[in-house]
Ligand binder design. Sequence first.
Ligand SMILES: [Zn+2]
Length: 75
Amino acid sequence: MTPDEILALYPWTLGECFRCAMADLFVTRIGAISTPAGDDYILSACGSCVLILEEERRRHAAGGRGRYKPGGLGA
Ligand SMILES: [Zn+2]
């Protein structure tokens, strides 16, 4: 799968990337965290960070635990 094909699996909106802290760029939601106080934070990442995270998942899967399937961040 090419990087473009992986990125095409996600919906993109303007926002801020939690990982590289860039703002006003296209990001996709990859998760959310809830604090004990009950606040919800949406985690969104930009395209280059999504590709890095996908690569980490792919390497993880290659290490033996489960099968890697692109497009699953935040699912
Ligand atoms: Zn980023």
